[in-house]
Design a protein around this ligand. Structure first.
Ligand SMILES: NC(=O)c1ccc[n+]([C@@H]2O[C@H](COP(=O)([O-])OP(=O)(O)OC[C@H]3O[C@@H](n4cnc5c(N)ncnc54)[C@H](O)[C@@H]3O)[C@@H](O)[C@H]2O)c1
Length: 332
């Protein structure tokens, strides 16, 4: 499969590195409007055509698939043009700036029988795969909550706020793990520097009393990537910054019983073992791009297709509405 990559800024080099070395993929061209990005790309990949012009890649008959690794406000136009020119598309998160754009692109891909994959990288990490397995096998029991802290200092984006930048990771993970969409969302936040919210909090109400909370922040003195997932039977802590033992499962919980004949509640705390399951050690992005090539070759619908991207955009839209009303409850 011959690939063209649009965007060689911060994240683009990771996509390019993988596509250049992946079995079944051949990196043909890189486009970036920025001169220094093009110089970097050409130095790293002397045999690859590097151009300022994305349309050169999009219209090239020698390219089968395009990776769009540019800021979100450019995704719709670039993906649309790529699909119209018969190319499969791998596009960065968040899929689009609004749900109308996402729906249009999904329909276009369907009409043209082309694949859209949205880069929801975390779904391909050993940690999320293991957590999914623990949930599916019933190890945690019925899910109670998902609580994530994803904070660091910068990188500031100019076109989007911290929710659109960092929350897509958690929203795509929840979409994958919880398997249902939230019923309502509340978001609050504040902008201190450039007009875009740099600190934000989002609460999501799912069916069956599952609740999720996401704390995202560009103004944190330290980097934190910690998620607590609580179930009826067990709870886990996922610290993505740990080199080993990223996921720790705690055999802890609370049992509440009514003593017969009495209205008194009996609360028992259960505190058993903790263990750290073995996680698959592979580069998530590499697995994801391999899966993209496989899906196209086998005509398979990716789990992180345009519809998955759209579900995340819809949650972000609801959060944006709530944020503008200082935390009103917005139903989806
Ligand atoms: N999956 C992940 O973990 C992950 C991590 C970081 C960023 N991202 C996503 O990747 C995308 C890019 O983010 P970034 O941090 O690399 O941004 P960036 O600003 O560092 O890089 C974007 C690059 O795209 C180029 N560009 C913009 N419009 C263009 C156009 N029309 N034609 C050609 N080149 C163009 C810019 O010159 C720039 O070099 C965003 O959607 C972001 O959310 C994903």
């Amino acid at each position: 499969m011959n690939f063209g990559v649009i965007g060689y800024g911060y994240w683009g080099p990771n996509i390019v590195r993988n596509l250049a070395s992946l079995e079944g993929s051949h990196l043909v061209a890189i486009a970036d409007v920025n001169t220094s990005a093009r110089i970097r790309a050409q130095k790293a990949y002397p045999g690859v055509n590097v151009t300022p012009n994305a349309s050169e890649l999009i219209s090239s008959p020698g390219i089968d698939a395009i990776a769009v690794v540019t800021p979100v406000w450019t995704h719709y136009d670039l993906v649309k043009a790529a699909l119209e020119n018969g190319k499969h598309v791998f596009v960065e998160k968040p899929f689009t700036s609004n749900s109308a754009q996402g729906e249009e692109l999904i329909n276009l891909a369907q009409q043209k029988n082309l694949t859209i994959m949205v880069d929801h990288t975390f779904l391909f990490t050993g940690a999320v795969k293991k957590i999914s397995q623990l949930l599916n096998e019933g190890t945690l029991g019925n899910l109670y909550y998902y609580d994530s802290t994803r904070v660091n200092l910068g990188l500031f984006q100019h076109d989007i706020n911290v929710l659109w930048d960092l929350a897509p990771h958690d929203l795509s993970i929840m979409d994958y793990l919880i398997k249902t969409s939230p019923e309502a969302i509340v978001a609050t936040g504040q902008s201190h520097l450039n007009g875009c919210e740099d600190v934000a909090y989002m609460t999501l109400y799912f069916p069956e009393k599952v609740i999720a909370h996401i704390n995202v922040n560009w103004l944190s003195p330290v980097k934190v990537r910690t998620t607590l997932i609580g179930g009826e039977k067990r709870m886990l802590v996922w610290n993505d910054l740990e080199a080993d033992e990223k996921v720790k499962v705690y055999d802890k919980g609370v049992n509440i019983t009514n003593r017969e004949g009495l209205y008194e509640l009996l609360v028992n705390y259960r505190s058993g073992d903790m263990w750290a399951p073995q996680l698959e050690q592979v580069e998530a992005l590499r697995q994801e791009l391999t899966y993209f090539v496989d899906c196209i070759s086998n005509g398979q619908k990716p789990l992180n297709d345009g519809c998955a991207g759209l579900r995340v955009v819809k949650m972000l839209e609801a959060a944006t509405e709530s944020l503008s009303e200082k935390g009103s409850l917005v139903y989806l």
